[in-house]
Design a protein around this ligand. Structure first.
Ligand code: PLP
Length: 445
């Protein structure tokens, strides 16, 4: 194991003023590595160890750390004395909104916010205002941010969840204290890849919206089964709820138009974040003009409040424009590169596990992948929680640190390639997986 003396010292010092020492509690993992520098596909920690990065800070780094083109655009707006004026509009924010409209066929209007959580919050509020209903559906195993409408049923232990019974409701399991009962009663967890569970909830409650990652990426990579997203579209039309695709993680990572364009299914609203600005803080809420116009409805009793001191800050806006320009270069060469490397990692890892008799499947969508130690690809959280070997997964991730590869230190967390990863990096990764696996198996035997 590399030495983490300086990391431990910094964490201890930070704990004096920051509860837990971290500013987002899901960053508190063991070992408590303090990273200092990131360039391209690599990161360096306070003790001088280096790591090939597959965490990508929970997804934003589609181009790699400190991409020179994006950084240059940011430096340029600062040199030009662009600033936050908080009054009226700017040419830059209009340019970004138009770029999003031009990239995604079903998007008719856009608003800019700062984080994914803010954007999913606003999407749900729009849906409630449009439908006059209160109830929200979200999948077990999906993550949509930290707020009261969605902070439920993520990696829920099966002991709390019980058997999967379509007609019965899942127990509602908050992932935070402090959510009032009244709020909790309006949120219902459905089963991913299971249209009957949505239908059952629609018969029971007046549903304002279903919010869903079109491909689950907060429990690895769980694909929608054939026809599932089309089925959700049909159910939204039948029952009159607003279909919200949460593409905060999948949006610009999988295609310029997001996973929606790959699937051909059009949600009513879509939310982007993370990869849209390659690490700079911005999110976007987009979709049908009829819904988005509620932000400016002439009738004040129908109007939805949209406010944010930092909305459209020129630094992340410039970063997003530059990121989208890079992603559009050469008719999507970045995506072809990511997919090619993703295929190599997937095939290479599958071969390594097969060669030593370990049962494993690598789920993958383009640059995002996740090893599952089970005999099939998971179709939902229940399936995964029942069959995946969580202990082995974590032991392998730990061991990989010794071999200069950083997979997030939590089982079933998705790994992400960036455009800065090279074929040589993939070779390095596969060698590291081989060596790490050998050590894990030696210790086990
Ligand atoms: N939606 C999805 C799918 C996410 O993965 C995340 C964050 O991981 C969010 C929403 C919340 O975004 P943020 O952390 O920017 O608030």
């Amino acid at each position: 194991m590399p030495l983490f003396a300086k990391s431990e010292e910094i964490l201890k010092r930070n704990q004096r003023s920051i509860p837990g020492g971290v500013v987002s509690t899901n960053r508190a993992v063991d070992p408590p590595i303090v990273f200092e520098r990131g360039e391209g596909a690599w990161m360096w920690d306070a003790d001088g160890n280096r790591y090939l990065d597959y965490h990508a800070a929970f997804g934003p780094y589609v181009l790699g750390h400190n991409d020179p083109y994006v950084n240059e655009a940011v430096l340029r707006v600062l040199q030009d004395k662009a600033s936050l004026f908080g009054s009226g509009t700017t040419e830059l924010e209009g340019k970004l909104a138009q770029l999003i409209c031009d990239s995604v066929p079903f998007v008719e209007a856009v608003q800019l916010l700062n984080t994914g959580s803010e954007a999913t919050y606003q999407a749900i509020r729009l849906a409630r205002a449009a439908t006059g209903r209160k109830h929200i559906l979200k999948p077990q195993g999906g993550y949509h941010g930290w707020h009261n409408d969605v902070a439920f049923n993520l990696m829920t232990p099966l002991s709390q969840l019980g058997d999967r019974r379509v007609a019965d409701e899942y127990p509602r399991i908050p992932i935070s204290a402090g959510i009032p009962e009244e709020h909790q009663s309006l949120v219902h967890a459905i089963n991913f890849n299971d249209l009957a569970s949505v239908e059952a909830m629609c018969e029971r409650y007046p549903v304002a919206a279903l919010i869903v990652e079109p491909i689950l990426q907060n429990i690895g990579v769980v694909h929608p089964r054939e026809g599932y997203l089309q089925g959700l579209r049909a159910l939204a039309d039948k029952h009159g709820f607003v279909l919200i695709f949460d593409e905060v993680k999948t949006g610009f990572r999988h295609a310029l138009g997001g996973y929606s364009t790959l699937s051909g299914v059009r949600p009513d609203l879509v939310v982007y974040g993370k990869a849209i600005a390659n690490g700079f803080p911005i999110s976007a809420l987009a979709g049908k003009r009829s819904l988005m116009n509620l932000f400016v409805d002439a009738d004040s009793t129908r109007r939805v409040l949209l406010a944010g001191t930092y909305n459209g800050h020129p630094v992340p806006v410039a970063a997003a424009i530059a990121t989208m320009e890079r992603l559009a270069e050469d008719d999507g060469e970045v995506y072809r590169h990511l997919d090619r490397l993703g295929k190599r990692v997937q095939a290479g890892m599958e071969e390594i596990f097969r060669s030593v008799g370990i049962t494993a499947h690598i789920a993958r969508q383009g640059s995002a992948f996740c090893p599952y130690f089970m005999d099939h690809l998971p179709k939902d959280w229940h399936d995964l929680a029942q069959h995946h070997d969580f202990d082995f997964d974590l032991r392998l991730r730990r061991e990989l640190l010794d071999h200069e590869v950083y997979f997030f230190q939590l089982a079933v967390k998705q790994c992400s390639l960036s455009a800065a990863h090279t074929d040589a990096d993939v070779d390095f990764t596969l060698e590291s997986v081989k060596s790490a696996l050998k050590s894990v198996l030696t210790v086990a035997s």
